[in-house]
Design a protein around this ligand. Structure first.
Ligand SMILES: Cc1ncc(COP(=O)(O)O)c(C=O)c1O
Length: 350
């Protein structure tokens, strides 16, 4: 299938202040688009980034039949562009799509579209350790009909946004004991748009109480710690890293699995098992809870400085040689081609 390309007449790049980017607000010159109709994906297009037109009855607006991905490209000192484990995002998009009854987007089209788009918008990826290009592939239901049933038309797109390294300042979290982001048999493992919509209100309540994020717990008992906001979560108790196993309720994060592999390779003991609220509270009381951090594409690792459980607050100690810094540096150096990639994670865009 031929990829149609329509180039922008004049790039917007000279208008962008790359030193002052707010995450996810600026988009590159081009976007990739492919429609699904009559049971098949049609010819894809790359064209100038622009608003889309939809009928108000398009199903995505009413039933949230929408899935997405989040990945990054990095530029090294030799101007080569690199992706980090893009196969994982491509596969996960289709895992999410299946759960939302959407058609899989073919792997060959995905990579042809992504590579072509990245080469066309190459100038938008800046060198240097603080810079990257955030890539957002997504699929939405576009059939014009408000009946509550699956759509027969879809649109797959890729849009890209230049970003700087993510620094959130002090992060205090609250363990969820009322709301849930996902449930057994639900769509928590999918990057389904509605999961995020459903998390905004409880997160706002947490923000109002002075917490930056909610650590989600299992929906039936609220006794097990599962994810931190839109990140997977790790706890360091003494010298062991703990993280929950993936399940129906937990996103199978690319950063999470990379951290587990990297840490084990460094000789750090990692336990992937259900993590009880009570054991973390106990460990904090005894001074054995040394670190807590979120793991995701946006920040790689986002350190959590304190938490609250049922109204009781705990501070984490400031320690030397923390795992978070060692792992974050190790993984970001691989992502940016500053260190040998012995895991075979990085893929050059060519
Ligand atoms: C709910 C949720 N958990 C975890 C993650 C981390 O996944 P990844 O490391 O693949 O970015 C994300 C996405 O970034 C997410 O949305």
């Amino acid at each position: 299938m031929a990829l149609h390309i329509e180039k922008i007449a004049k790039s917007k790049i000279s208008d962008i202040d790359f030193e002052n980017l707010t995450f996810g607000q600026i988009f590159t010159d081009h976007m990739y688009e492919c429609d699904f109709e009559d049971g098949k994906w049609l010819e894809p297009t790359i064209r100038p980034y622009q608003p889309l037109q939809f009928d108000p009855s398009a199903k995505v607006f009413h039933y949230g039949q929408a899935v997405f991905e989040g990945m990054k490209a990095y530029k090294d000192e030799s101007d080569d562009l690199w992706l980090f484990r893009p196969d994982q995002n491509q596969k996960r998009l289709n895992i999410s799509a299946e759960r939302l009854d959407m058609p899989a987007f073919p792997e060959d089209l995905f990579f042809e579209g992504l590579n072509t788009l990245l080469k066309m918008d190459n100038e938008w990826v800046k060198k240097g350790k603080d810079n990257a290009l955030y890539i957002r592939p997504f699929i939405i239901a576009t059939e014009n009909c408000v009946s509550a049933s699956t759509s027969n038309k879809f649109k797959f797109m890729i849009i890209c946004s230049p970003v700087q390294s993510y620094y959130s300042g002090e992060v205090k979290v609250v363990f969820a004991d009322k709301y849930s982001r996902s449930a057994d048999g639900g769509v928590g493992f999918a990057k389904a748009a509605g999961n995020y919509a459903g998390s905004f209100y409880p997160t706002k309540l947490a923000n109002n109480e002075g917490f930056q994020q909610v650590v989600w717990t299992d929906s039936s008992t609220h006794e097990f710690l599962e994810e931190a906001g839109v990140m997977n979560v790790f706890f360091r108790v003494n010298d062991t890293l703990l993280t929950a196993p993936v399940s129906d309720r937990i996103l199978d994060g690319v950063t999470r699995k990379s951290i587990i592999q990297f840490a084990e390779d460094k000789g750090i003991k990692v336990e992937v098992r259900p993590v009880r609220v009570t054991e973390i509270v106990e460990a904090a009381r005894k001074g054995e809870l040394l670190e807590m951090f979120g793991a995701g594409t946006a920040a790689v690792i986002s350190v959590i400085n304190g938490f609250s459980n049922k109204g009781e607050s705990f501070e984490l100690p400031k320690i030397e040689n923390d795992y978070a810094s060692i792992i974050k540096k190790g993984i970001t150096d691989i992502q940016k081609n500053l260190a040998e990639d012995k895991f075979g994670w990085t893929v050059k865009v060519q």
